[in-house]
Design a protein around this ligand. Structure first.
Ligand code: UP5
Ligand code: MG
Length: 201
C-alpha cells in the first residue's frame, strides 16, 4: 500500500499499557480501522486447520515474538480485506491503527518496505509495577494464557530488550507521540487527543 492511499499509525507500549482500551476510543472518534497484531495471532492460533496454532501458543505464553512472516501476513491480509470489502471507516485516506506491532526492529523495517510506511507512532509510557498490577487483575477473568505472573515478567523483559529499540528508532525519525499512561483511562485518552491535535490529526 502506498502511504498516499492509506494512513498507518503504529500503536506501541508495554504489555497492559492500554493499547486495546484506547484503540476503542480512537476508532470511535477518529475513524481508525483497528488491527491488533496480538488479537490476529490469537485468532490464528485457534483457527481450525492453521499450521501455526501450536507455535503461536508457545511464543505467546513465553512472551516471545512470533516470526514476522506470520504476523505481517495476517496484518496485510486484514488491511487488504478491509479495503476490498469497502468496510473501511469513512476517512479519506483510510486510517489503520496497528496495535502491538512492530515489536522488533527487523519487523518494522520489513513492514515498512513490504506493506506500508507509517505516518506516526503512538507510544504509551508506563512503569512495570503499574503494568503488572493491571495484567494480574485482568488475568482473574481474561482467560489469556499470558496473563500470569511468570508470562507477564517475560513479556516485560521482551518489551524492554526487543521492542523499545523500535520506539527509539522511530523517535529519531521524529514520528513518535509519547503519552504517559499511568492515569485513568479517561485521563490517558485526553492526553492522546491533545497530542494528536498538535500533530494535526
Ligand atoms: N487498563 C487499561 N488502561 C488503564 C488505565 N489507564 N487505568 C487502569 N486500568 C487500565 O489493558 C490492559 C488492562 O488494563 C485491561 O484490564 C484494562 O481494562 C486495564 P489493554 O487495553 O488490554 O492493554 P494492552 O496494552 O492492549 O495490553 P495487552 O495485554 O494486549 O498487551 P501486549 O502488548 O502484551 O499484548 P498483545 O496482544 O499485543 O501481544 C501478546 C503477545 O502476542 C506478545 O507477547 C507476543 O508473544 C505476541 N505478539 C507477537 O509475537 N508479535 C506481534 O506483532 C504482536 C504480538
Ligand atoms: Mg492489547
Amino acid at each position: 500500500f502506498s502511504s498516499d492511499d492509506v494512513t498507518v499509525v503504529f500503536f506501541l507500549g508495554g504489555p497492559g499499557a492500554g493499547k486495546g482500551t484506547q484503540s476503542a476510543n480512537l476508532v470511535r472518534d477518529y475513524g481508525f480501522n483497528h488491527l491488533s497484531a496480538g488479537d490476529l495471532l490469537r485468532a490464528e492460533q485457534t483457527r481450525e486447520g492453521s499450521q501455526y496454532g501450536e507455535m503461536i501458543r508457545e511464543y505467546i505464553r513465553e512472551g516471545k515474538i512470533v516470526p514476522m512472516e506470520v504476523t505481517v501476513t495476517l496484518l496485510s491480509n486484514a488491511m487488504a480485506e478491509i479495503l476490498e470489502q469497502g468496510t473501511s471507516k469513512s476517512t479519506n485516506p483510510p486510517r489503520f491503527l496497528i496495535d502491538g506491532f512492530p515489536r522488533q526492529l527487523d519487523q518494522a523495517h520489513f513492514f515498512e518496505a513490504s506493506v506500508c510506511v507509517s505516518k506516526l507512532v503512538l507510544f504509551l509510557e508506563c512503569p512495570e509495577e503499574v503494568l503488572q498490577a493491571r495484567l494480574l487483575k485482568r488475568g482473574e477473568t481474561s482467560g489469556r494464557e499470558d496473563d500470569n505472573a511468570a508470562s507477564i515478567k517475560k513479556r516485560f523483559t521482551t518489551f524492554l530488550q526487543t521492542s523499545m529499540p523500535v520506539v527509539d528508532e522511530f523517535e529519531k525519525q521524529g514520528k513518535v507521540i509519547s503519552v504517559s499512561a499511568t492515569g485513568s483511562i479517561d485521563e490517558v485518552y485526553e492526553l492522546i487527543k491533545e497530542k494528536l491535535q498538535e500533530k494535526g490529526i
